[in-house]
Design a protein around this ligand. Structure first.
Ligand code: GLU
Length: 422
């Protein structure tokens, strides 16, 4: 997304109006501490060499080590990674965990690589970046099209370089090598805690609420599953191939859809298997049209810049719950706010992922592991507390929830910078 960083800076300026921050600190927050772009050479299965472009942006570490995901994505670029690293800085401060913000990426379509090529790509990325990452420097994690297996290769490659096991260099690992219980569903679980608080405040009845989820990756799928289990009606879903909308009175079961997706590779095949095909009423829609369908809660859980100045006027939901990073542009925010649509911002809603990453890091450093109920109860208290703090700021300053989250976060980051002597 070419405008991602410009969008992030607009959100920053909007919030800055409500804060008294020294201009020097403001200025520093507009530039990452370090933005790395480097070659990631990979030996392909046919013996040839291919070089991919790699990035790691270390935005701000005033409150702790840089922290943020690594994406393998065909359109990844430095501008986008910079925006995402800035958002990580805001996100970690929003939920008060002791990390700064960073993000990484490789411009690659991992679906076109074999498993062996993917492993060599990951190891090559770590080799290029080894001096800049580490448990007390910068701790990567999964993001778009990376997963626990990729994190395991990162941990292994880094540990080989160091000559000892260093699980705390990366989070989102498989549990066998120090991953935290609950990390795989943490983003969705955190988003679900936020939705639960928000519907209470807005006096919305979950049982009567229709939910549309754009994106059926780790976060989108688990969120849809949790929402369905709590009684919400899931009436729309999509993956990168397109979406499905349920007919009148019908709602989807995300778990059985996932089963079909695994078999057939796409959601579209969902109902047209066996007898269900003629029993359930649904229609196919594009990802763009999915967002504009009538519903109560719209959950963008895929990519950046999905709700823009162009389509914001056609959004019919009461709540936009941002599970993806940066799904709503600043122009769209203005329009949604005017229409009275409540936007629950990404830096709060999807912070469950990095919060459980923080728990994983703590467990790794202490070599002392928690039970899943412990993980979720600590996650819930952080999410609920953060939600209430933001709600309070929004009410008292009469501002939207995103601006309130930014106000709270920028205040924390800038105070850390100031007290450290910047
Ligand atoms: N990629 C996730 C995010 O955008 C997780 C980051 C992390 O756990 O460090 O929040």
């Amino acid at each position: 997304m070419p405008n991602a960083f410009a969008n992030a800076m607009k959100q920053f300026s909007t919030a800055a109006q409500y804060l008294e921050i020294k201009p020097e600190i403001m200025e520093k927050l507009k530039t990452p501490k370090r933005a790395l772009q480097f070659a990631v050479p990979v030996k392909m299965d046919n013996g040839s060499m291919k070089t991919f472009e790699g990035y790691r942006v270390q935005y701000n570490d005033a409150r702790g080590p840089f922290k943020g995901g690594l994406r393998f994505y065909p359109t990844a670029d430095l501008n986008e990674v910079k925006a995402l690293a800035f958002w990580m800085t805001i996100k970690c401060a929003t939920v008060g965990i002791p990390f700064g913000g960073g993000k990484g990426g490789v411009k690659v379509d991992p679906k076109k690589l074999s498993t062996k090529e993917l492993e060599r790509l990951t190891r090559s990325y770590v080799d290029a970046l080894q001096e800049h990452i580490g448990p007390y420097k910068d701790v990567p994690a999964p993001d778009l099209y990376t997963n626990p297996q990729v994190m395991a290769w990162i941990m292994d490659e880094y540990s080989k370089i160091k000559g000892y096991n260093e699980p705390a260099v990366v989070t989102g690992k498989p549990v066998e090598i120090g991953g935290s219980l609950g990390r795989d569903t943490a983003t969705a679980q955190g988003a679900f805690y936020i939705l639960s608080e928000l519907v209470k405040k807005l006096k919305i009845n979950p049982q009567k609420s229709r939910v549309i989820v754009q994106g059926f990756g780790n976060a989108g799928y688990h969120f849809a599953r949790l929402a369905k289990a709590a009684g919400y009606r899931i009436i729309g879903l999509s993956d990168s191939q397109g979406g499905i909308i349920a007919g009148q009175g019908v709602s989807f079961d995300p778990e059985s859809i996932m089963k079909i997706k695994k078999d057939k590779g796409e959601l579209h095949g969902y109902y047209c298997v066996g007898s269900v095909c003629d029993k359930v009423d649904y229609k196919q829609v594009s990802n763009g049209k999915l967002l504009e369908q009538d519903c109560d809660i719209l959950v963008p859980a895929a990519l950046e810049s999905q709700i823009t100045g162009k389509n914001a006027g056609r959004i019919k939901a009461k709540i936009v719950l941002e599970v993806a990073n940066g799904p709503t542009t600043p122009e769209a925010d203005v329009k949604l706010n005017k229409k009275g649509i409540v936007v629950a911002p990404d830096v709060l809603v999807n912070a469950g992922g990095v919060t459980v990453s923080y728990f994983e890091w703590v467990q790794n450093l202490q070599r002392f592991y928690w039970t899943e109920p412990e993980v979720f109860s600590r996650l819930q208290s952080i999410m609920v507390k953060s939600f209430n703090e933001i709600w309070q700021v929004a009410q008292s300053k009469k501002i939207d929830l995103r601006t309130a989250a930014f106000v709270l976060a920028i205040d924390r980051v800038s105070k850390a910078m100031a007290v450290r002597g910047y």
